[in-house]
Design a protein around this ligand. Structure first.
Ligand code: HEC
Length: 142
């Protein structure tokens, strides 16, 4: 079905009003993000990821408990250091972070695990502000 075809991968910048360098903003926004994370009708992150406070979380993706001190510190698939912009992009449209050969089902380097996560901003499943809130929430997982 046509509506199941994702639009092409897109690179995003954190919007001006998403002040992820401001601790007060982060604390406030993280509360919103936690709700979105666990909302099965919205992002449904909890279908695949556990995080503190999540109930009946799935384990298809990594457990994000202690994320900032754990997985965040590992290099990404391109060997780059992860940044806050990287987290925002990951939630918005992770596809630009996965090398092409790992995304192409016809390539011998294709890795299904790297192609499971939902694309949220390019598909408009979430808006910029909701991606901002989720990024803030992940930033509090220490
Ligand atoms: C359908 C399952 C699924 C859903 C839904 C999902 N994810 Fe993921 N996610 C994954 C998988 C699988 C990975 C690991 C793949 C990889 O590392 O490339 C992942 C990786 C991540 C990572 C990267 C961790 C790292 O540093 O390597 C973050 C952050 C993340 N997800 C956050 C979210 C958030 C926030 C949501 C909700 C908007 C979400 N995910 C929804 C499956 C999912």
């Amino acid at each position: 079905m046509l509506k199941d075809v994702n639009p092409p991968p897109r690179l995003y910048a954190i919007p001006e009003n998403c002040k992820l360098d401001n601790p007060k903003f982060i604390a406030k926004k993280a509360k919103e993000g936690k709700k979105i994370f666990n909302n099965k009708k919205l992002a449904n992150c909890v279908a695949c990821h556990n995080a503190p406070g999540s109930i009946n979380a799935g384990d298809i993706g990594p457990d994000l408990t202690g994320y900032m001190n754990g997985l965040f510190k590992a290099k990404d698939l391109r060997g780059q250091k992860k940044t806050i912009d990287w987290i925002y992009q990951r939630i918005a449209d992770y596809r630009v972070q996965v090398p092409k050969e790992m995304r192409d089902p016809k390539s011998p380097k294709f890795v299904p695990y790297y192609n499971i996560m939902t694309v949220n901003l390019t598909t408009r499943a979430l808006n910029y502000d909701q991606v901002c809130a989720l990024t803030a929430f992940l930033m509090t997982l220490k």
